[in-house]
Design a protein around this ligand. Structure first.
Ligand code: NAI
Length: 476
C-alpha cells in the first residue's frame, strides 16, 4: 500500500484492487501478490465468499455427514455391528462450522503472508478506477491501475415462494438449519437441488424433487442424469420432472405447506428448499462514470479475458456469465491478473470445464455430452461401462453408476478424439482428473488406451470405456 500525497482525495494507491473476497477475488489477490504486486482486497463480510460460507464447503461437509451415516447404517453388511446410527445435528453443525473456520483462518494467514491489504467494507467503483470502501459511515478512497470486480452471486428465488427462513429456504438458510424437517420439497433439480435432496434423504428426511425441465441435472449427459434419478428413486426420493411449481399455501399452524406443481399435483411438506439458480450480485458496485456494462440479467459483460468495457477493469467469477463454479472463478481471477500484466494468458474453454456434483451417486464430467457433440456437428461413438462390474466398487459396496466416453467417430467405427467423459458413481469427483486432462489435451482414444490403470481401482472403468472405443476390449 502506498499512502497518497497530502491533500489528495485518494487515501491509498495499490497495483491492483479486487472488490469481493470469494474464490474469484481472493484467488486474484493471492496470485497477484505472489507475483510481487501490491494487491488490495475489499470485502464487506468475512473472506471466503459463498463457496466457503454458504456453498461448496458447508454443502460438501454435510454431504460427508450423510455419507458417514449411510456407511454406519450399512456396516452390518461388512460384519461390523455398529447398531442403528443416530444423528446429533448440533454436532454436525459444529463440525461444519469448524471446517469453515479453519479454512477462513488459513486464507487469512495466506493473505497476511503475501502482504495483501484487506479492507473491510463495501466496495464500489467510480471513474478512473477509484474504489470507495464504505464502513460504519466512513469512506476510504483507493486507486489502482487495475481493478477486478468479483462480488459473486446470490440465490435466485421465485415469485410466490418468499424466503421466510422457516418454511421456505434457499441454500443460505438450509446450510445453518437448526434441525432437519420430517419432509421437504426441493424446487429445482440442478446441482444444489440434487445435493440437498441426497443429503437430506440419507439423513431420514422424506424428499420430493420438483424440476421444471424434463430431466434432473440439465447440462449433464442424459444417461448420467438418468442414473442419478433412478438411484434417487431407489432411495425413496420422489422425483417429478417436467413439473414447474405454481405456488404454495402454508397451513394455519405454520409448520407445513402444500406445494402445487405440474398438472394439478400437490405435495404437503414441512420445508420448501428453493434451488433454482443463482443471480449475479452487481447491484452495489456503483459503476457510475465507468463504461462497465451490466446486462439485463445482471451479469457484468466481459470478453474472453474477463475485461469489462472499462479499460483497466476486469470482472470474474459468478458476476459474469460463465459456469458458476469456484474453480472457474479461481481460473478467471488468475487470468485477469495475467492479462493486467500485459501477458498472453491461456484462454479458458468453458465447454471443457470440469464439473463435480457431490450428491450420492456423485456426478463428474468434462466436455461434450453425446447430444451436444451431435449438435456441434460431430459424428460420435460412445462407450459406457457400469460400476456394478468394477472390483473396487463391489468391495466398497457402492456399485450404482456408469462411466460414459463420447468420442469422435472414425470411418471404421472406432473412436478418435475424446470429446467428453461423463461419470456417475462412487468417488467420481476424485476420478475426473485424468478424463479432464484427456478432453482438454484433445487426446485420442488410442493415446489414452495405451496407459495402464492401477488395479483394483474405480478408475479402471474409465480405462475400459476408452479401450472399448479402440475396437478391442478386455473385461467389457
Ligand atoms: P441450476 O441452474 O443448476 O439448477 C436450477 C434448476 O431449477 C434447473 O434445473 C431449472 O430448470 C429448475 N427450475 C427453475 N425454475 C423452476 C421452477 N419454477 N420450478 C421447478 N424447477 C425450476 O441452479 P442451482 O442448482 O441452484 O445451482 C446454482 C449454481 O451453482 C449453478 O451454476 C450450479 O452449477 C452451481 N453449483 C455447483 C455445484 C457443484 O458443481 N457441485 C454445487 C452447487 C451449485
Amino acid at each position: 500500500m502506498r499512502l497518497a500525497r497530502k491533500g489528495s482525495p485518494i487515501d491509498a494507491q495499490h497495483d491492483l484492487i479486487v472488490i469481493g473476497g470469494g474464490p474469484g477475488g481472493y484467488a486474484a489477490a493471492l496470485y497477484a501478490a505472489g507475483i510481487g504486486l501490491d494487491a488490495a482486497l475489499v470485502e464487506k463480510a468475512t473472506i471466503g465468499g459463498a463457496c466457503l460460507h454458504v456453498g461448496c464447503i458447508p454443502a460438501k461437509e454435510l454431504l460427508e455427514t450423510a455419507h458417514v451415516y449411510r456407511t454406519v447404517r450399512n456396516a452390518g453388511a461388512f460384519g461390523v455391528n455398529a447398531g442403528a446410527p443416530e444423528l446429533a445435528w448440533d454436532v454436525t453443525m459444529k463440525r461444519k462450522q469448524t471446517v469453515i473456520d479453519q479454512l477462513v483462518a488459513g486464507l487469512g494467514s495466506l493473505m497476511k503472508h503475501r502482504k495483501v491489504t484487506v479492507y473491510n467494507g463495501v466496495g464500489s467503483l467510480g471513474a478512473d478506477r477509484v474504489v470507495s470502501v464504505a464502513r460504519d459511515g466512513e469512506t476510504r478512497t483507493l486507486r489502482a491501475p487495475s481493478v477486478i470486480l468479483a462480488t459473486g452471486s446470490l440465490p435466485r428465488t421465485i415469485p410466490g415462494f418468499e424466503v421466510d427462513g422457516k418454511v421456505v429456504m434457499t441454500s443460505d438458510e438450509l446450510l445453518s438449519i437448526e434441525s432437519l424437517p420430517q419432509s421437504a420439497a426441493v424446487i429445482g433439480g440442478g446441482a444444489i437441488g440434487c445435493e440437498f435432496a441426497s443429503m437430506m434423504a440419507d439423513l431420514g428426511v422424506e424428499v420430493t424433487v420438483i424440476e421444471a425441465l424434463d430431466q434432473v441435472l440439465t447440462g449433464c449427459d442424459s444417461d448420467a442424469a438418468k442414473v442419478v434419478a433412478r438411484s434417487f428413486r431407489k432411495r425413496g426420493i420422489t422425483v417429478h420432472t417436467s413439473a414447474p411449481v405454481h405456488g404454495h399455501s402454508v397451513d394455519p399452524s405454520g409448520s407445513h405447506t402444500t406445494v402445487s406443481f405440474g398438472d394439478g399435483a400437490t405435495v404437503d411438506v414441512a420445508l420448501v428448499v428453493v434451488s433454482v439458480g443463482r443471480r449475479p450480485n452487481a447491484g452495489g458496485l456503483g459503476l457510475s462514470g465507468t463504461a462497465v456494462v451490466v446486462d439485463e440479467r445482471g451479469f457484468v459483460e466481459v470478453d474472453g479475458r474477463c475485461r469489462t468495457a472499462e479499460p483497466g477493469v476486469w470482472a470474474v467469477g459468478d458476476l459474469i456469465d460463465t459456469p458458476q463454479l469456484a474453480h472457474v472463478a479461481f481460473a478467471e481471477g488468475m487470468l485477469a491478473v495475467t492479462d493486467s500484466l500485459g501477458e498472453e494468458p491461456a484462454p479458458l474453454d468453458h465447454h471443457r470445464t470440469p464439473w463435480c456434483i457431490y450428491c450420492h451417486p456423485e456426478v463428474a464430467f468434462a466436455g461434450h455430452t453425446e447430444q451436444s457433440a451431435i449438435e456441434a456437428g460431430y459424428e460420435v461413438v460412445t462407450s459406457s461401462h457400469r460400476f456394478i462390474s468394477n472390483g473396487r466398487a463391489k468391495i466398497v459396496g457402492d456399485t450404482d453408476g456408469i462411466v460414459k466416453v463420447v468420442a469422435e467417430r472414425r470411418p471404421d467405427g472406432t473412436g478418435g478424439q475424446i470429446l467428453g467423459v461423463h461419470m456417475v458413481g462412487p468417488w467420481v469427483t476424485e476420478q475426473l482428473g485424468q478424463a479432464y486432462l484427456a478432453v482438454n489435451w484433445e487426446a485420442t482414444v488410442d493415446d489414452v488406451a495405451a496407459f495402464i490403470q492401477p488395479h483394483p481401482t474405480m478408475s479402471e472403468l474409465f480405462g475400459e470405456s476408452v479401450l472399448s472405443l479402440t475396437g478391442r476390449s478386455l473385461h467389457g
